[in-house]
Design a protein around this ligand. Structure first.
Ligand code: SF4
Ligand code: SF4
Ligand code: SF4
Length: 223
């Protein structure tokens, strides 16, 4: 659903993890569009690479594996990024130190960090985020995260990561249409996976469909 969006303040991105093949196209597309470099890493026993979000990796495909309650194995993929909260606690935290450090864009709802965010204490901002998303550029000290490709979506283009996704695990469009799509998909998935749900759909602009306890998708998350 790569649509042109008329009411840009009503946009959401849906990430259906059950359609994700962990190709990491989105991870690479994000780096390409943002001009961010790759990072030197080493194999630590997981395909999750690099190991975490960083100032150079704003989109990361998480890999998690283990056994379900019924003893059957799972191997989950989760294309991680900022959720663009409707009421973003990170913005409030940054504003407590520097009013111009972060904002929620009126036209799109995208949550944006600016250069002045370096004046806010990183750990406090990071822990104020329910999803452990903000990171800090080591050199400039500026806080960073996904900006929902605001330069693209304000020009009627979908986010770079969405465009790259070969399975349509990620779609982007108007809230009502996307929520309807999510509802139907969850109803379908529940027939096989009773725990299927769309996570916090009323609170965020980046909504994930999962089929298990959300914590299980973050096995190698750095706390
Ligand atoms: S997910 Fe975290 S960083 Fe993103 S808008 Fe919400 S609180 Fe802020
Ligand atoms: S929306 Fe843009 S900045 Fe955000 S993860 Fe996707 S490609 Fe990266
Ligand atoms: S591009 Fe799509 S299928 Fe590939 S890792 Fe990202 S979300 Fe998954």
């Amino acid at each position: 659903m790569h649509t042109t969006v008329n009411n840009k303040n009503d946009i959401v991105k849906l990430i259906d993890v059950t359609k994700c093949t962990a190709c990491r196209g989105c991870q690479v597309a994000c780096k390409q569009w943002k001009g961010l470099p790759g990072a030197k890493t080493k194999q630590t026993g997981t395909y999750q690479n690099p190991p975490d979000l960083s100032a150079q990796t704003l989109k990361l495909v998480r890999f998690s594996e283990g056994l379900k309650e019924n003893g059957k194995p799972f191997w989950y993929f989760f294309s991680e990024q900022c959720r663009h909260c409707i009421e973003p606690p990170c913005v409030d935290t940054i504003a407590g130190y520097t009013p111009d450090g972060a904002t929620k864009d009126n036209a799109t709802g995208a949550v944006l960090f600016g250069p002045k965010s370096k004046e806010a204490p990183f750990e406090e901002v990071r822990t104020s985020c329910p999803y452990n998303i903000p990171r800090q550029d080591e050199k400039s000290k500026v806080l960073v995260k996904c900006n929902l490709c605001i330069d693209r979506i304000t020009n009627n283009r979908v986010p770079s990561c969405v465009l790259s996704c070969p399975t349509e695990a990620m779609v982007f469009g108007e809230r009502d249409a996307i929520l309807d799509k999510a509802k139907k998909r969850v109803e379908f998935l529940k027939q096989t996976y009773p725990k299927a749900q769309a996570l916090n759909a009323d609170e965020v602009r980046v909504i994930y469909i999962v089929v298990d306890d959300p914590k299980k998708y973050h096995q190698y998350a750095v706390a």
